[in-house]
Design a protein around this ligand. Sequence first.
Ligand code: ZN
Length: 371
Amino acid sequence: MQTMLAARLHAIGEPMELEQVPVPEPRSTDVVVAVKACNIVPNLKNVLATYAEWFPYLPLPKLPAVFGLDAAGVVTEVGEQVTGVSVGDRVYVNPGLSCGGCRACRRGEDQNCDDYTFMGYFAFGPGGQRLFDAYPYGGLAEYLTAPQQNLVKLPDTVSFEAGARFGYLGTSYSALRKAGAGPGRTVLIDGISGTLGLGACLNAVALGATRILGTGRNAALLDDVKAIAPDRIDVLPAGTADVRDWAREHNDGDGVDIVIDALGPGAPAESFLHAVSALRRGGVAVDIGGMMERPQLDLFAMMCAQQSVLGSLWFSTGEAQEMAELAGTGALDLSVFEHHVFPLEEINDALDEGLPARHGGFTNFIAAPQS
Ligand SMILES: [Zn+2]
């Protein structure tokens, strides 16, 4: 039996154990992927640190478990029913699993499946463990298995390290698509220099948004974001001006079409309300950051102005493939990322404050199980 190196969590609060486990075999419609890059997403530490008290409605896998949310690599084996995917294909693995049989799944709305589950991370419903059992390998192992319909083919110009960023990138891509981002539209991104926000900025540029406005806490980081497209991007250090007035000043006196709230769970509700106040009539605010505070929305005013608020979770494999194509043409510029790659053996050190300071969303921490 062939074995592989995997980092497995056996007990809450303990380091992951680096151990040899059998290389998985693909079932008939699955593939095996050799993991070249797996993102160490900023939230993984929070998940592991709060394991015992983690949100009960977002079930975590039974231990021992292999974590690792966003993986990219090379297909090494395909099941007998797999078509359109070949050994040697460079792919990003969309970790979002759905049951396949419920009403939402049959409509093609994977993320609305009651059992929607991120392999190597956590689930959104009580049926998650069944999917963890079916796909027990996250990206912190040398190989993983995945359904063929979860694969995003990477253009040759997209590195595995950049591919491993597709989770955070795709989350903002889907949000922008739902909100109708494109030519003639203005997008305001709350938290533009963070991991999610920077992806939203790059995707807004790629989708042709005419003007992109962004707020953030760190003025130096904001300057680096503006440098991506100085003619189209304007930035505001948070708290230095009224967001509504500032947005109009930079948008020909008009409100914005789209707000993307990319601030993290700890952000104050007030910042979301400020961003919403910058919307024009008919505007859409999309939350992707998962703010925990509850904003007091003026729904009467929002009704009168036909404004809406959306929650957007992750993305479809189809949307991620579109994004890959945009990256392949160069419209989506992924060259701004600063990849810090370390071997899988160093995962515990990396999670235990062993990573260098982040340069905001530009930083991309990558474990490379197969370098
Ligand atoms: Zn389903």
